[in-house]
Structure formats: structure tokens, C-alpha cells
Write a new protein. Structure first.
Lengths: 566, 350
């Protein structure tokens, strides 16, 4: 009896070994470095360089914009969730896919989208200038809070739709009917039955949205501006421009504490409290609209969602094919109308270009990083999911150990890498190689969140049946686990790939001038004057947009019905 | 009191209800009996106002209910899987309908307690309903539906989710509560035993129409056609063709058998089915000249008070009851008295 027990412990250890070692070296070590940086008394300058205001001001603003964004997102997301969970109408599937797209889009692409819509060189301003014959762009929405909020709503409506509509469509309609039969008016039945039963989902989704808004980096950096520094942006600015690493470290810790708190609340409050009692088969509640009011509601929601989601996307893509006379600071020939030049320019290595390499190199870099990320994240995620799926008591401690990277923002990760690995002991390591590692850390929680439920849903009796039929352990894995895990595995690979392609926070810390990734290149181009730079940023953003759209489409195709995305 | 007139309903292109009409009188328990998928639950939901129908109307004391929303109809509905509010306790579930009537708080509490006492569950008042067993949930659902004192009570397969022994026990309880409440009730089920035990009057729903109605005794003694006899599980059904009248004689695979028309009119050549009830089989040691059937015993099951024999005769399998056991494979002669053999039309005549 002793030997098999020992063997099991050994195998358990082996399952854990690789992911744990990876996390220790590449997550906990950088975290420790940040801690040391923040609290070491030996640091030059000591605590004098830091005032409470420097911490509280960005913290206050971060909380404020995140709360406001979440509220606005709920305002759009809840009616949309009602729409998708209750009505069957033409184009429903297409609209649902469209509304999911923003979730996977890289922040830089979203920022570029809104830039082409609302920016000084964007469609809205160009249109108004042409229409009213104005010399200057009339709308100054960039560098403002509304732009940030709008982008956040654009981004996170998908989360509300996904989580709430999935709960709502499975809410047993009989409960509402029972309330009506007991004399409750429809509104009262909603208040007394539907709302309390949906509350865990709404709270969970809201906190998740809050978490994303709280750690939002690219959107705030590119659409906000210096006066709208969230914690993330402030960490970035302090570390890379002010060279105040200690303040950056302190901000990182504050940020980490906040996100962990919210993540903890999220997992506590979003649990299904009432078990299966309130669930019916999914899609059971779907039906075509009956009354005119319902038809009107659908019409309004469809228009709203298309406006909110499709307009920025189309704006980006169309703008990337158009040159303008109004472009100032541009020497050489001026063209108007349709052009492919921005795309062609991606392959040129111009003198005076922002990089020493042609922009297409960024695409190559990103692709290499993305493939490495997929490799690392999938292997570690699979091992980690298997380890977490074992019925060990130790998992109670180990699970948070594994899920903690979820709480760390990408910028914190970048800062940690910067502090931990720019030291003599690591000087042998080519720095850009850290990028896919950082990306894998960002993607890992998502990979595990995709694989673990799939793994847990394989009944143990299946494996037992296979072994009573004569399959050994390896064979069981190959014939039972692997075929059942294939789809979730593919989904998590596509996730890891798109996450890596679009990752901006950590990359902005780690990529050098010679080895930019696509988002880093987009950021640098778009913040420069000149129509060509702007156009190239848009061209690259459009490419990224297309890849991500393909990604979400692929995920939806291979995802098993009924599985949750997050 | 309640009158349902000519209800039509299609579901996903299929005709579900094809002109259903019936009434429920004051204090009467009407049982709607039909196979699963026959539209029984849909009919209840139409009466409740939860579902629209293409044609037909529901009247209460002569008033057309079609414009009245479900929550103002004053009908109670007990759902098949109870639909207890999982976010509320037992008492809160029972009190829900009383609260909707905006009664004073003391009244609500008093009536809730009274309702819980009636089902002997006052000790469970503050428990979450998710912790109750199936039988307890069933009782709470009944108490919840009755508490606001509805004008009509509808029960959708109230015992359908329970296992057999619990079902028998709760059936008794349900019957008592229903009769004590003196409320008109519509009870939907697919189970014959349940329907026979609970109902004052039964309606059999088949292919979108009510094919027969009557008391349990009437249905048992005189099913309108072969399908109904089969659905109610009344006995062996042997298909045949009428080949003589006065006395009625039917040609079957078992040979020519004399039968009882029981008031139905047949002509020669009519397809029909003979109902041979297992308990009416008379096993004979020596032939007595009547239409004797010969069969081989294929199975013999001890049922307690009797033995159930599976006998093969003329290519037909028949169940018959016997006081004594028979060894398998043994030949057997038996007959049915002509007045006990019921001749039934094969098709339901609409």
C-alpha cells in the first residue's frame, strides 16, 4: 500500500514541478524584486521621493474611471443581455459574434479605432470640417475622459452580454411564471424573482468589468493623455520616463492589492448560490418577438450595438485606405482618396523611420513571440490544469499560487521583469526572449480557465470504464482525455496566440527599439505626427484586427456549445 | 365555473391542440389524462394565460378571460417540477402569493403558518427550499399554490417527479387536501392510477382532442376505443374483423370469438379490437365447448394474490391471471365469457 501512495505523490510532484518552477522564476521572483524595491531602506533617495499624493491621486482616478466605466457598460450590457437571452431574430448569431469581438481586440487596436473615429484626423472631425468648412477639427474628444469611457464600454459590453445572458437564458422561466400565477405583475415578478436570481451573475460580471477597467493600460495611455494617469499609466511613466522605479514599485503593489481584492470578491460573489434549481436548458427561453414593443426594443438594441461596435471597427479599416490633403507635416507628393500606400510602406525601411528596421519586422517579431507563447502557455496550462484537477488537499494552497498571476497587471509584470532581470546574473539572457515568457504569464490564467472546467467535466467513470476495458494509464489519456480536451485545447491556443499578438503593457517595458512587437510599433507610430506614420499605424492595427476577428471566429467555431469563455 | 371552448394551438408547425372543449364545475376535480407530449401542460398554460393560443377562449363564470393577464386571473398553478423560488425559504415561498395580495403582515404570517400546518411542515418554515427532499418540495408547492386561495387550482403532473412508493403515499395526501379544499381543480397526469384515485371526472386527451370523458368507473368499464383501452392498460387487445352480428362474432388470430358490443354499433367487416382482461380468463381442466383458446405458458410470475401467466396462443401473447402456478412450456386451455369480452372500434371516431 505504501509504494503506490509514494508513487502518486511523486507523480503529483512532477505535474507541479514545471509550472511551479516557471512561476517561481518568472512571476514570484519579479514580484519579490518589486517588493524589495519598494521597501528596501538602502535605496537611494529613500522615501523622500514619494508623497502620498503621488499614490492616492492615480489610485483615486483609477477607481473613479473604473466605476464610471462599469456603470456605463452595465447600462448598455444589461439590455443587450436581455436581447440575446430572450429573442430569436434574424442576424442574432452574427450580432452576437460581433459583440464578442471587442473582448479579444488588443488595446492598441481599440485605441486606434477610436482615434480614427474621434481624433483630430478621424472621420467625425474630417466630416464636420468638410461639411461646415472649418479650418480646425471641432471635436476634441481624444485626451478626455469620455473617450476613455467610450472605449471601455466598447471593450467590456461583451463580458456583460456573455455572462449575464448566459445566466438569463438558463434562468428557469417557470419561476417567473410561478410568481405570476401567485399574483405578481410582470414588473413585480422581475423584481422579486428574476433580479435576485440574476444578481450573482450581474455582480460577477460587473466586478470582472471593473477589474479590466481598473487595470486598463493601452486605452488610457493612448486615448487619455498625461492628465488622465491611472495606476497602470503612472507605473509606466514613472518607470520608463521619470526613472522613479521606487514609486513605480509602490504603485504596482497598490495595484496588485486592489486587483486581488476585486478578484477575490468576484470569485466569492459570482458563485451560483442556488445550484441547479434555477436553471433550465439553455436557449429554452428563446423566442421570436411578439408585440410591437418587443420588436421596437430589438430594433433599438441592434442599431445601438452595431453603432457602438461596428462603427469604430469600420472606421479604422476604411481610414487605413485613405489619404488626405489635410495631412500636415508631410513632405513629398500628396494624394487623396483610396490608397494602399500605408500597407506597402510597412515593408519599407525609410531613413527617418522610427525604427531601424522596416515595420514589417514588428509583424515577424510578434508572430514568433505569439507562437512561443502558445507553446509555453499550453504546456504549462495543461500541466497546471491536471495538477489542479487532482483531488489533493494541497491544491487549496496551490490553486491561489497558480491563479495569482491573474491579479498582476501586464505593466506590473513588465516592471518586475525590468527590475529582476536587468541584473548581471541574467545579462546572458537575450532580453527579447522574456517577451513570450511575459505573454505566457498573461495568457496562462485564461488557458487554465479554459482547460480546467473541460477537464473537470470528464467523468471519472469514463477513465475507469476505459481501464476496465484494458487500457493502461497512457492509453486512457490518449483515448479518453485527449479527444475530449482537443477543442478546449485549441480554444486556449487561439486565446494565447491572440493575447500575445495584442499584448501591450508588458511588451512596452521589454521590447527594444530593434525588436518591437506590433502593438508597440502601432503606439509609437500613432503618437507621431505625419500622415505616413499615422497611416502605417492604422494599417498595422487593421491587420491585427483582422487576425483577432479570425481568432474569435475560430474560438466560437471550435468551442463546445454551452461552455463559458471566461 | 370554468369553461374551455374550442382551443387550437400549434407548436413548431405541429398541431398540438385541435379544438379542445370542456368545463369544470364548482368543487369538481377534473383529471386531464394523456400521453407525454399530448399537449396537457400546454393546455394548462393556456388556461393560466401564460401561453397564447391560435383560437378558442377560456371563460370563468361566463367572463372571457383572454384579455386578463395571468396574475389577475386568480388561478393557481402547481408546476411539474414545482418551480419553488430557490432564493427564498419554505415560509417565504408559501407567503409569496399572500404578499402579492398586499395583505397586512400579521395576516400573511398567520395564513402562512396555517398553510404550513396543513402540510405538517411548520418546523421547516425557515429552511431554504433547496434543502428539501422531493416529497417535501411537492408539499410546499401545493401549500404555496393553495395559500392565496385561488378560484381554480391547476396541478401539472404534481407527482411526476417522485419515485413510486413516495408517489402512492403522497397521492393519498394530495387527494385529501384537494377534497378538503372544495376547490375546482384540473389535475394533469399521464398516470392512470393517479387519475383514477384523484379525479371526480376524467378527460382523455389524444391527438389534440378530448377522445373520452367520464368517471373512472365508466372509463374502466366502457373505454370508447382500442387506443384508450391500451392507454389505460385495461388488458390484452386482440385485433380482428367483425364477421357476424347478433350474436356479435369477431374473427381474430385466436379464432372466432363471441363478444359484447356494449352499446356500440358495428357492421360486418368492421376492423375492431377485443379487450380480454387478464382477470376474466377462465382456465379449464376439461373443454366445456365454449370458444376455448389453447396456448403455451411462456412465463409465470408470482404476484402475491395470484399468478400472472404469459401465454402464447395463435401467435398472440396474452396475459392471464391464475390462482395456481403452471410450469413453463405446458399447454393450457382457457376461455373468456362472451359478455366479458369487449369489442372496441380500432380507430377513434371523431
Amino acid at each position: 500500500m505504501k509504494l503506490p501512495g509514494n508513487k502518486r505523490v511523486l507523480r503529483a510532484g512532477l505535474l507541479w514541478l514545471l509550472p511551479a518552477a516557471f512561476l517561481l522564476v518568472f512571476f514570484y521572483q519579479p514580484l519579490l524584486a518589486i517588493l524589495r524595491l519598494a521597501f528596501s531602506p538602502a535605496f537611494e533617495g529613500g522615501w523622500q521621493g514619494i508623497s502620498t499624493v503621488q499614490v492616492l491621486k492615480p489610485l483615486g482616478f483609477t477607481l473613479w474611471q473604473a466605476a464610471l466605466s462599469t456603470l456605463l457598460t452595465l447600462l448598455v450590457g444589461l439590455p443587450a443581455a436581455y436581447l440575446f437571452s430572450h429573442f430569436d431574430f434574424k442576424g442574432r448569431e452574427a450580432l452576437r459574434l460581433l459583440s464578442l469581438l471587442p473582448f479579444i481586440l488588443p488595446t492598441v487596436v481599440v485605441a486606434a479605432c477610436f482615434n480614427t473615429l474621434l481624433g483630430p484626423r478621424g472621420w467625425l472631425n474630417l466630416g464636420l470640417m468638410a461639411l461646415l468648412n472649418l479650418p480646425e477639427p471641432p471635436i476634441h474628444m481624444l485626451q478626455s475622459l469620455p473617450a476613455i469611457l467610450l472605449a471601455h464600454v466598447f471593450y467590456n459590453t461583451a463580458i456583460i452580454i456573455r455572462l449575464v445572458s448566459s445566466a438569463w437564458s438558463r434562468l428557469d422561466q417557470k419561476l417567473v411564471h410561478a410568481a405570476q400565477m401567485l399574483g405578481a405583475s410582470p414588473w413585480r415578478a422581475f423584481r422579486e424573482v428574476t433580479l435576485p436570481l440574476l444578481l450573482p451573475s450581474i455582480t460577477g460580471a460587473s466586478l470582472l468589468v471593473f477589474l479590466f477597467d481598473f487595470t486598463s493600460f493601452g486605452v488610457v495611455l493612448m486615448l487619455g493623455g498625461p492628465q488622465f494617469a491611472t495606476l497602470e499609466v503612472e507605473i509606466y511613466t514613472q518607470a520608463l520616463y521619470m526613472l522613479n522605479l521606487r514609486l513605480a514599485a509602490v504603485l504596482s503593489l497598490v495595484q496588485l492589492a486592489c486587483t486581488l481584492l476585486v478578484a477575490w470578491l468576484q470569485s466569492r460573489l459570482s458563485q451560483l448560490r442556488y445550484g441547479k434549481a434555477a436553471l433550465s436548458a439553455e436557449r429554452a427561453n428563446l423566442r421570436p418577438p411578439r408585440s410591437t414593443a418587443e420588436k421596437a426594443f430589438i430594433g433599438v438594441m441592434v442599431v445601438l450595438l452595431v453603432l457602438l461596435i461596428l462603427t469604430p471597427l469600420l472606421s479604422l479599416i476604411t481610414r487605413s485606405f485613405v489619404t488626405l490633403e489635410a495631412a500636415r507635416g508631410e513632405r513629398g507628393q500628396i494624394q487623396t482618396g483610396f490608397t494602399l500606400r500605408y500597407y506597402q510602406e510597412l515593408f519599407q525601411n525609410r531613413t527617418g523611420s522610427l525604427f531601424y528596421v522596416p515595420p514589417i519586422t514588428a509583424v515577424r517579431n510578434s508572430l514568433i513571440y505569439a507562437m512561443l507563447t502558445v507553446l509555453i502557455a499550453t504546456i504549462l496550462g495543461l500541466l497546471g490544469a491536471y495538477a489542479l484537477n487532482q483531488p489533493w488537499k494541497a491544491n487549496r494552497i496551490l490553486e491561489p499560487f497558480f491563479m495569482l498571476p491573474l491579479g498582476a497587471s501586464a505593466v506590473t509584470l513588465g516592471l518586475g521583469f525590468l527590475v529582476a532581470f536587468r541584473q548581471p546574473a541574467w545579462s546572458g539572457m537575450p532580453f527579447p526572449l522574456l517577451i513570450p515568457i511575459a505573454h505566457a504569464l498573461v495568457a496562462l490564467p485564461m488557458v487554465i480557465r479554459t482547460l480546467l472546467p473541460a477537464l473537470r467535466s470528464i467523468p471519472g467513470s469514463l477513465r475507469q470504464a476505459a481501464s476496465t476495458l484494458g487500457a493502461d494509464e497512457q492509453r486512457v489519456f490518449r483515448e479518453v482525455d485527449l479527444p475530449l480536451l482537443l477543442r478546449p485545447l485549441l480554444v486556449s491556443m487561439v486565446f494565447a496566440f491572440t493575447i500575445s499578438l495584442g499584448e501591450f503593457g508588458a511588451s512596452s517595458f521589454l521590447s527594444s527599439a530593434q525588436t518591437p512587437t506590433i502593438p508597440v510599433a502601432i503606439y509609437r507610430y500613432i503618437s507621431q505626427p505625419g500622415a505616413l506614420n499615422y497611416g502605417q499605424a492604422l494599417a498595422m492595427s487593421s491587420l491585427l484586427l483582422v487576425v483577432c476577428a479570425a481568432g474569435i471566429f475560430l474560438i466560437e467555431k471550435i468551442r463546445l456549445p454551452g461552455e463559458e469563455l471566461y | 365555473m370554468l369553461e374551455v371552448r374550442d382551443i387550437h394551438k400549434t407548436y413548431e408547425g405541429q398541431i398540438l391542440l385541435d379544438g379542445v372543449s370542456f368545463g369544470v364545475r364548482s368543487g369538481e376535480i377534473v383529471c386531464l389524462l394523456g400521453e407525454s407530449g399530448s399537449g396537457k401542460s400546454t393546455l394548462l398554460r393556456i388556461i393560466a394565460g401564460l401561453e397564447p393560443c391560435e383560437a378558442g377562449k377560456v371563460y370563468w363564470n361566463g367572463t372571457d378571460m383572454s384579455v386578463i393577464p395571468p396574475h389577475k386571473r386568480g388561478f393557481g398553478l402547481m408546476f411539474q417540477d414545482y418551480a419553488l423560488f430557490p432564493h427564498r425559504t419554505v415560509a417565504e415561498n408559501v407567503a409569496f402569493g399572500l404578499r402579492m395580495q398586499n395583505l397586512p403582515k400579521e395576516d400573511i404570517e398567520a395564513k402562512t403558518l396555517e398553510a404550513l400546518r396543513a402540510i405538517r411542515m411548520e418546523a421547516f418554515a425557515d429552511r431554504p427550499v433547496t434543502e428539501l427532499s422531493g416529497g417535501e418540495q411537492q408539499r410546499v408547492a401545493l401549500a404555496r399554490a393553495l395559500a392565496p386561495n385561488p378560484r381554480l387550482l391547476m396541478l401539472d403532473e404534481p407527482l411526476g417527479a417522485l419515485d413510486h412508493s413516495l408517489r402512492l403515499q403522497l397521492m393519498e395526501e394530495l387527494r385529501e387536501v384537494l377534497h378538503a379544499s372544495h376547490k375546482p381543480a384540473i389535475y394533469v397526469t399521464h398516470d392512470r392510477e393517479e387519475a383514477f384515485a384523484v379525479a371526480d371526472r376524467l378527460l382523455i386527451l389524444h391527438q389534440g382532442v378530448i377522445v373520452q370523458e367520464g368517471t373512472a368507473k365508466e372509463l374502466y368499464e366502457q373505454p370508447a376505443n382500442a387506443w384508450i383501452a391500451g392507454f389505460l392498460g385495461l388488458g390484452n387487445l386482440v385485433p380482428g374483423v367483425v364477421n357476424a352480428l347478433e350474436p356479435l362474432s369477431v374473427q381474430t388470430a385466436l379464432g372466432n370469438l363471441q363478444a359484447n358490443a356494449h352499446g356500440q354499433r358495428f357492421t360486418i367487416g368492421d376492423p375492431c379490437s377485443l379487450l380480454l382482461r387478464p382477470k376474466d380468463a377462465m382456465i379449464e381442466s376439461v373443454s366445456n365447448g365454449l370458444d376455448t383458446l389453447h396456448g403455451v405458458v411462456q412465463d409465470c410470475v408470482f404476484m402475491g394474490d395470484y399468478y400472472k401467466l404469459e401465454v402464447e396462443a395463435g401467435g398472440q401473447k396474452l396475459s392471464i391471471y391464475s390462482g395456481d402456478p403452471f410450469p413453463l412450456g405446458v399447454g393450457l386451455g382457457f376461455h373468456f365469457l362472451p359478455e366479458k369480452v369487449l369489442c372496441l372500434p380500432s380507430q377513434s371516431q371523431k
